[in-house]
Design a protein around this ligand. Structure first.
Ligand code: NAP
Length: 256
């Protein structure tokens, strides 16, 4: 296989640093640019303060983006418009932004991957939750992240909810007379079930999907204990995006 050239946006962030390490260690990848808004020094490749300049100058095959909810859309759009394939791990993209990126990818026949969770165990957790929801439709999602996370609920929780919605009829859970005495106490509402977001130092990324039925409780839990847990999925996405001519949402769609 030919070498894949890669630019990393958010290269000095928590995830970005891990991605840079992974790219350097993978023999078929070559790191050609790092993008950081403050132009931090000491990188493993030339540093650019903006995605557009980096892409114009280096013309990488792939842009890996682990930035912020407010910058990811413009970064991915710029990449697609220049024929560079984005692999996006940043969460917080709105549905209409994802639709716009999908349209751009399709029109330009440029591959793109957006995955709210690149950990293989998390992909399995979401699949198992979808299987369970068919038989146990009373469900709540609890997600736990470090306290520097910008978006809530997490992209993983929303993706899990979306997968559950595919197999579960909309139904309002709980007591119809339920009264929320403290706003937000029952969490975010989606199709009659709830998502609860916990933010505390110490956590990396964790999720529990709890199913209740008379006389039994099923809990499906995944824990990312370190950021290396996401790197195998990122590696798979980079290798697959080269062969794609459209946008794929979710790592599950790239696995056999
Ligand atoms: P972080 O530590 O805050 O890193 C974000 C980095 O992006 C910062 O260094 C920031 O620079 C930089 N940045 C901001 N705007 C930029 C732009 N326009 N171009 C290039 N870089 C820019 O955050 P993190 O913990 O690494 O998380 C990053 C994202 O990944 C979050 O959305 C998180 O939810 C997501 N995430 C996804 C997965 C997954 O598997 N898909 C796993 C974990 C995390 P400054 O600090 O100088 O502003």
């Amino acid at each position: 296989m030919n070498e894949i050239t890669i630019a990393v946006a958010g290269a000095f962030g928590r995830m970005g640093q891990e991605v840079v390490r992974m790219v350097k260690e993978e023999p078929s990848f070559r790191l050609v640019a790092l993008i950081d808004p403050k132009g931090k020094e000491g990188g493993e490749a030339p540093v650019y303060t903006g995605v557009v300049d980096a892409l114009i100058e280096k013309r990488p095959d792939v842009l890996i983006d682990f930035t912020t909810p407010s910058s990811v859309f413009e970064n991915a759009r710029a990449a697609l418009e220049m024929g560079v394939r984005p692999v996006v791990g940043t969460t917080g993209l709105k549905p209409d932004e994802i639709n716009t990126l999908a349209r751009l990818a399709g029109e330009g026949k440029v591959g793109a991957v957006i995955a709210p969770n690149f950990a293989l165990g998390a992909v399995l957790m979401m699949r198992f939750a979808q299987m369970a929801a068919k038989y146990m439709p009373n469900v709540e999602i609890l997600e736990f992240h470090h306290d520097q996370k910008l978006d809530a609920p997490s992209g993983t929780a929303l993706k899990t909810a979306e997968m559950i919605q595919e197999v579960r009829e909309e139904r309002k859970q709980g007591n119809p007379q339920e009264e929320e005495r403290l706003q937000g106490a029952r969490g975010g509402y989606i199709d009659g079930f709830r998502i609860h977001s916990i933010r505390l130092p110490g956590y990396v990324a964790h999720q529990e999907v709890i199913f209740g039925k008379e006389g039994e409780i099923l809990t499906i839990r995944h824990d990312s204990l370190s950021r290396t847990s996401f790197m195998e999925g990122v590696k798979i996405a980079v290798k697959k995006v080269i062969q794609l001519e459209e946008l794929v949402y979710g790592l599950d769609r790239l696995l056999d």
